[in-house]
Design a protein. Sequence first.
Length: 754
Amino acid sequence: MAGPFYAHSLESKDRAHWQPLPEHLVGVGDLAAANGAAARIGDLARMAGLLHDLGKFDPDFQARLAGSKAAVDHSTAGAYEVRRLAGVQKIMAELIAYTIAGHHAGLPDGSGSQGALTERLSGFNPARLAGGWRETLDLPAGNLVPAWLKPPEDYDRTGFRLAMLGRMIFSCLVDADFRDTEAFYAGAEGRKVDRAWPALADILPALRERFDTFMDGKSTSPGPINTLRAQILAEVRGRAGMEPGFFTLTVPTGGGKTLASLGFALDHAARHGKRRIICAIPYTSIIDQTAAIFREVLETGGEQIVLEHHSSIEIAAGQESGEVTRAVESRRRLAMEDWAAPVIATTNVQLFESLFASRPGRARKLHNIAQSVIILDEAQTLPRNLLIPAVWALRELVECYGCSVVLCTATQPALEASRFPLKPGARPHKLGLPLKGRELAPDPATLAAALKRVTIRHGGAMSDEALLEELSTQPNGLVIVNSRRHALALFRAGQAAGLEGMVHLTTRQYAAHRRAVLADIRQRLQAGLPCRLIATSLIEAGVDVDFARVWRAESGLDQIIQAAGRCNREGRRRAEESIVTIFEPAGYKPFGEIGQLAEALNRVRMRPGEATPLDSLDAMERYFHEVYWAKGEEGLDTGSDGARITPRFSFSNQTGVSLAYRSVAGAFRMVEEGMEPVIVARDPEAKALVDKLGIPDIPSGALARGLQSYIVQVTPRDRAALIEAGHVRFAETALRAEQFAVLQSPAHYSDAVG
């Protein structure tokens, strides 16, 4: 064949320094196979790596490397040819074809949308490739089907299982492609790339010793609650030898779930050779709190063991596609894309949207999730409309990729398979998980009674005036309502009424400001100063505050119990005096899903002939069944586009696989869409980061991560109005495009209300 052929060029016209194409293909194949080892898909990943840039054997692409401006699709050739290779099982060839076709622009849909795989394959001309390419590659021979790949118990999950396998191959490929390309350019420029993190297995003995030392220090604190926390921890760690799989950790608020789950994860990883500990948290407002605890326990002497990954500003999608060049590499690279750290604190959004992602940058981390211990903190907060696909994804990680998953919460969602009553011969409920006998906590019902610190009562309909009148009798109180609008109105009414110590906490404040507000609240409470906090639900899950009284607007029972966890948190007061009042907010009727959850709560509360306490495990189980059965399977499996998620991954022996990767990635959204970020650069750190936006060598990703604590999400209409009035403008558009919208008018941000 004519040649030589190259994968990547340099500005130098001396081709002796360019990267030969066979070298790149073999290098990516080797790296992809290594990436796939833990997931037991090394051969599949190697095949994808060897064929991913096959289209670069097209003379037109070689001309492009030499300076031609002609556009060349080099990602379809390998997808086309892998389906023609003898000996490759048809379904495996299809999965590899999806991954190769999408290794730059993202995993495509199989059909029915622009850029779909079938459309691209039908339009490809194999005559464009230089003859003889097969002789340059030592392709894997024989059966590529993983030995572990078996049909799931529920046959409906077959297409979903194959789709997850395709994403794992894709992750291995795009990470290997990125790293081989990065290594080539770094070598050409004399740069050293240091991405090394310590392997968890190498440092586990030291981490467990540090954990023990830390907990020994806490054991010197007297009190019945600390004694009970120590007992819980001992029981939980004692069960770390159980076989990997699903676990529940049901501990009331204040029982030490965070440290107990970390202790279990360390011990379980040591016993079963797990590669990583991943803690997923529902809210960015508390992730830094959890990450700080992990660092305090596990890191010494400036070590980097814990990776904190959450982002409120994403790199523009356009920077993730197209051929990799040094000119754009630094702007599109996110240091946290591959999750190579031994311990990771992240958000549910990052974890689950990555599991359903089609973009290379978002999906690149998936192979590193294999063989991990995954802690789902506040598991009850998973969005109900996406609960079935989320649960199915967890099942794939456990059943196929060696993960253990801990559902960690005070309000355990009722997902145990045997609790879903089925008619004889009926297929299992899509939500059912094998949780029987997998509880880590010692006797959750007894724990709930022992850690009972509040009395929940129903206050009926209450106006803002009535609320403030009750709040005026209690200098230390918390009111939680369902909307930012209501919180702001109530706060201003409290100020107008002259109530001392009024504080407002809202997502209208940027995260760093909220942290400062919370620090001030804790100081006030500790000093016995008046503190009357008006907040939205962001205060509920995991925020360490301790109020004497709490008022909570009607919502779901899980939210009520979480709100109750902010009352008498340390057990210093009698439960009978620590009142949590559920009220119906007059003039602010619960809307949407909140209204539906409030109705489910009231059905449990007013069940005839029964007086089950709302803070009991029985009430919680009944509540979740009310929610799940009321919604039905369709209501638990609906994307943002209104269509179901799971049926879009299908398989049949007659037609093979049909995988709507791109459509599902767009529809699987765990956060409210339509909100846009505005950077509030009041703090010195934020101002310094905004100043650095004009420095070309600093990647946008690094700046975005630094600025994520200084943004407020607003509606597109509000941001457009602010921009038109000159109060907000995009910074450094020539370099950063319209990514960083910065507030210009300080008067538009208030310390009190954001």
